[in-house]
Design a protein around this ligand. Structure first.
Ligand SMILES: Cc1cc2nc3c(=O)[nH]c(=O)nc-3n(C[C@H](O)[C@H](O)[C@H](O)COP(=O)(O)O)c2cc1C
Ligand SMILES: Nc1ncnc2c1ncn2[C@@H]1O[C@H](COP(=O)(O)OP(=O)(O)OP(=O)(O)O)[C@@H](O)[C@H]1O
Length: 142
């Protein structure tokens, strides 16, 4: 049984999220997804949807075996519990593979770190970013 971890904010789901999670699921037998706590999202505007709603929507996707709310202070706590064989970073995530791998090694967690592929736009007007969906809502409804 090869366990895989994917992670992210997942605020307002779109086909890019489904692509990332399907890509991650294809690398093993069981996909666990860690949902970032809103309080820890500091590199972009805070999510619109709360932690539990984002977790519940990710958990409802067919490719996902289990969705976990992230830890508030230590991102390695859920990883130690899940004990994955591979962690799949998103294609555009700011985390650096070597840095994560070194931190895992320092904690005695033996696991690969790899990166997912991007999903290209399939038709004009397809929105593959939560930020762009929010921009369009503001443009059309405000
Ligand atoms: C391996 C890994 C584990 C993570 N675990 C947690 C966690 O337990 N709690 C949390 O709030 N954020 C956690 N994060 C951070 C977020 O999931 C995410 O990296 C960050 O918010 C960027 O998400 P975005 O790609 O949706 O912008 C983790 C990140 C990585 C790379
Ligand atoms: N078009 C896409 N193709 C592949 N993966 C994607 C795509 N869009 C988002 N993801 C992945 O989904 C995960 C969660 O993404 P996130 O919640 O940051 O969504 P986002 O739409 O990129 O958000 P924002 O527009 O606010 O930056 C990340 O790992 C990201 O790389």
């Amino acid at each position: 049984m090869r366990r895989v971890i994917a992670q992210g904010t997942f605020d307002i789901l779109h086909p890019g999220h489904v692509h990332y999670l399907s890509d991650a699921a294809s690398l093993g037998d069981e996909l666990h997804v860690i949902i970032a706590r809103g309080e820890n999202v500091t590199h972009k505007p805070k999510p619109i949807l709360d932690d539990r709603q984002r977790r519940d929507m990710v958990a409802a996707l067919d490719v996902v075996d289990e969705a976990h709310l992230g830890h508030a202070e230590d991102i390695f706590v859920p990883i130690e519990k899940i004990d994955p064989d591979v962690i799949v970073l998103g294609y555009d995530q700011h985390h650096d593979e070597a840095g994560i791998k070194a931190a895992l090694d320092a904690r005695g967690i033996d696991c690969e770190v790899t990166r997912a592929t991007p999903r290209e736009q399939r038709h004009d007007d397809e929105l593959l970013s939560t930020g762009r969906i929010i921009d369009r809502i503001v443009e059309r409804r405000c």
